[in-house]
Design a protein around this ligand. Structure first.
Ligand code: OXD
Length: 308
């Protein structure tokens, strides 16, 4: 029996090497080398084509090579076996760094200074204290909580929002649609790090943008489909939003002619906020495989009805 690896994005050589090292007693194969698909017991996957599972008749479990599982749950041929996702595996710190960078870019005027430099303009700009700068995080799972810790450590005022109620000893967490407006109306930067589910698809629309104070910033490290992009563009055009830092877009790669590329208030990065960390991710998959081999349940079991 073997373990197959497939990723539409990541470097298969580095990922395979890490998986082979972490699972020395197993045959770990790049999907291209699999000659007997009926022998594949476990698959470690990112972004597989719809017909991928057709010949995997003996598959027992699937590991997502990422924190998100929308790429698997959207596959209409996904077999009825447990799916596990990466929990942190080094991504949370990377994403927290990215968000801190985005918050500071706006709060400390670094974006504005980059524009001033194009005009050789030496002009200090006013800035508030970190404690007066308010950041809200939509999605308070492992990654959202790490972002909150990183920002509070830097002295920012942070609040969170979740669909369901949660307690947090350190920050205020709003929940549900009824508390969304109260959460949004106090923010200087809104960060989206929600899981992608049917309930969160297009949740960030004109109502969300309208509830933010004028000149707020939006950072998306969740999924492009959390956002109604036409509403985002309208909020940027009107100046209601001063800036959007987008690591994810509804269409990836973002088509060259897309308006978001060319909008003066938008910064785009190509879905790099939390790159999969090969060693840590392979270690987590290996622990999962070991637990399954003794009848245990690996970390990161996905609840398909919840969507993550
Ligand atoms: C992930 C991602 O889900 O990189 O891991 O988007």
């Amino acid at each position: 029996m073997s373990i197959a690896f497939y990723s539409s994005d990541d470097n298969p050589v580095a990922a395979l090497r890490a998986l082979q090292k972490a699972l020395p007693d197993h045959e770990v194969l790049d999907w291209q080398q699999v000659t007997k698909p009926a022998d594949v017991e476990y698959a470690v996957l990112w972004g597989v084509p719809d017909n991928f599972f057709n010949r995997l008749t003996a598959i027992r479990a699937i590991f997502s090579w990422g924190a998100g599982v929308d790429h698997l749950l959207n596959n209409s041929n996904l077999p009825d076996v447990p799916v596990y996702r990466l929990i942190d595996a080094g991504m949370a710190d990377k994403i927290a760094d990215y968000v801190l960078y985005g918050v500071m870019g706006r709060h400390r005027n670094f974006n504005a200074y980059a524009r001033q430099q194009t005009k050789a303009l030496w002009q200090p700009l006013a800035e508030s204290s970190n404690a007066d700068y308010r950041v809200g995080i939509m999605g308070m799972g492992v990654i959202g909580s790490r972002i909150a810790t990183r920002l509070t450590t830097s002295g920012y005022s942070v609040a969170g929002w979740k669909r369901t109620p949660t307690e947090s000893p350190s920050i205020q967490i709003y929940h549900g649609h009824r508390q969304l407006e109260a959460f949004l109306e106090q923010l200087d930067t809104l960060v989206c790090v929600l899981p992608m589910t049917e309930q969160t698809r297009h949740l960030v629309d004109h109502r969300v943008f309208d509830s933010l104070p004028v000149a707020a910033q939006f950072i998306n490290v969740g999924r492009g489909d959390h956002v109604v992009e036409s509403d985002l563009l309208a909020a940027l055009d009107s100046g209601h939003l001063s800036h959007a830092l987008l690591d994810v877009c509804a269409a990836e790669p973002l088509p060259a002619e897309h308006q978001l590329w060319h909008h003066p208030r938008v910064t785009i990065t190509p879905h790099i906020a939390g790159p999969t960390q090969e060693q840590l991710s392979a270690q987590q998959v290996a622990e999962g495989v070991q637990r399954l081999s003794i009848g245990g349940v690996p970390e990161g079991l996905v609840d398909r009805s919840r969507g993550y």
